[in-house]
Ligand binder design. Structure first.
Ligand SMILES: Nc1nc2c(ncn2[C@@H]2O[C@H](COP(=O)(O)OP(=O)(O)OP(=O)(O)O)[C@@H](O)[C@H]2O)c(=O)[nH]1
Ligand SMILES: *[C@@H]1O[C@H](CO)[C@@H](O)[C@H](O)[C@H]1NC(C)=O
Ligand SMILES: *[C@@H]1O[C@H](CO)[C@@H](O)[C@H](O)[C@H]1NC(C)=O
Ligand SMILES: [Mg+2]
Length: 411
């Protein structure tokens, strides 16, 4: 006697489902979709969420930061994943509050996937620039057979990246050409970013503004020793430049930072077998915040041209890090070089983090980086024997013991 109402209910549900199905297929308009190419420009995405307006929300990319500045990344298409990792961290820790633009540089065109995904990751405007071949490949005075021969030799000696032709182009470009790329002429300040790096603390202030207001021109985070084999004749070239251009050397320079040897600054460890007075210290250039007009200026231009004539970017493996470092150490007032002691950073294989507990807490630092194979790097390198930071404190612009910035914004 209870069955009657149950059948009625089952029939009602059946009718509802049939009706619902019909009404859905009426509205679906599926026929047109069969020819749709999901990734084509202008067509809706396969996974677009039907509950939202199909028009993507337009992002307001208007710059908030007040400086004439840009983030810049030289990168290859296949490094997209690492580029996004770096961007995500830098956007979250700093740039989403300022929306500075991003400039991407490459000697081959960026592909659509790279452009789409990095633009979606950026809070500000994005620009994709093709490097002209004459800015990328070896200059005319380079003897190509000699270059190839030396590549082989560097490879056989196991010099890191020594045998990789494109690495030489990259170091040459970063030493003397990035700041002259057409798009970068629009800016006064740059922040260099590499794929697969990690920013471990909130910035809480605008580093471009900090540099400008404190009359600084170049900021670094890690200082370390270079492999001697890569720069055998670099100091000879630098000495030649100094002798030819004594007026360009700044009277209050940081030459002692790059030419002193006391081992107490390296925990008693001596840099062995050095054949020149360059002690191999350099600012690690994968992190740099600097003034483009300095690099575009007469002094650095003459310095770079002098080194370029020497051929060491190709016959040896001069890195852009020692080249920038020697340039800024000789041509700038040493007080114009700034150590960002309060920014946590990781680039394989080294991590560095602020030391003050106050700063670490305020800036929500996570001083643990994810290295390759999920190895955690928990120890900062700033006090290791291979770091040059102690030397910078003695011969550069000193060591700070007081917070010189206000860390209380964005709290
Ligand atoms: N477009 C382009 N970018 C390059 C090329 N080689 C290197 N780069 C970029 O130049 C920067 C430095 O290259 P890396 O390979 O990271 O060199 P590195 O930092 O000395 O070495 P790693 O320890 O491997 O990171 C990175 O931003 C790279 O993406 C190249 O041939 N073309
Ligand atoms: C930004 O700097 C560049 C290079 O110095 C300059 O040409 C440009 O006029 C500046 N733009 C603004 C808005 O100040
Ligand atoms: C330094 O000079 C010595 C003696 O001339 C030489 O044997 C050695 O290979 C040189 N070291 C480097 C890194 O060039
Ligand atoms: Mg790198």
């Amino acid at each position: 006697m209870f069955r009657g109402p149950l059948y009625v209910l089952a029939f009602a549900i059946y009718c509802y489902l049939v009706f619902h199905y019909l009404s859905l297929s009426d509205n679906g308009g599926g026929g047109d979709d069969d020819s749709r190419i999901p990734v084509a420009k202008g067509s809706p995405k396969l996974s677009s969420n039907a509950y939202f307006d199909p028009e993507p929300l337009a992002k307001d990319r208007t710059q908030i930061g007040k400086e004439n500045a840009t983030l810049v990344m030289l990168v290859r298409n296949f490094e997209l994943k690492g580029a996004l990792l770096s961007m995500r961290l830098l956007e979250d820790r700093f740039n989403r509050h300022y929306k500075y633009p991003w400039v991407f540089l490459n000697e081959v065109p960026f592909d659509d996937e790279f452009i789409e995904k990095t633009t979606l990751m950026a809070s500000g405007e994005t620009f994709y620039e093709l490097i002209p071949p004459e800015d990328w490949f070896p200059p005319k005075h380079i003897n190509i057979p000699k270059f190839k021969l030396n590549l082989e030799e560097l490879y056989n000696e196991g010099v890191v990246y020594g045998g990789v032709e494109s690495y030489h182009n990259m170091c040459h470009f970063n030493s003397g050409y990035f700041y002259r790329q057409k798009r970068l002429l629009n800016y006064e300040w740059y922040f260099r970013v590499e794929p697969d790096v990690q920013y471990l603390c909130d910035f809480q202030y605008d580093p471009f503004q900090l540099l400008r207001e404190n009359n600084k021109l170049y900021g670094f985070i890690i200082a370390i020793h270079e492999y001697e084999r890569t720069v055998i004749s670099l100091w000879d070239a630098v000495q030649g430049f100094m002798e030819a251009n004594p007026k360009l050397i700044h009277p209050h320079n940081a030459i002692n930072f790059i030419t002193t040897y006391e081992s107490d600054l390296n925990k008693g460890h001596t840099v062995e077998n050095l054949n020149s007075s360059y002690n191999l210290c350099h600012f690690w250039s994968n992190f740099e915040i600097g003034n483009l007009e300095f690099f575009r200026g007469e002094a650095y231009g003459k310095y770079f041209d002098y080194l370029d004539r020497y051929g060491g970017f190709y016959y040896e493996r001069w890195g852009d890090a020692p080249v920038h470092t020697i340039g800024v150490s000789l041509l700038m007032d040493r007080d114009q070089i700034h150590h960002f002691e309060d920014i946590g950073y990781y680039h394989l294989p080294f991590m560095t983090c602020p030391k003050s507990q106050d700063v670490l807490t305020s800036k929500r630092c996570i001083c643990s980086a994810n290295g390759p194979d999920n190895v955690q790097i928990n120890v900062g390198m700033e006090m290791e024997k291979f770091s040059c930071l102690a030397r910078w404190w003695r011969y550069g612009s000193g060591k700070l013991f007081m917070n010189d910035v206000d860390y209380t914004s964005f709290t």
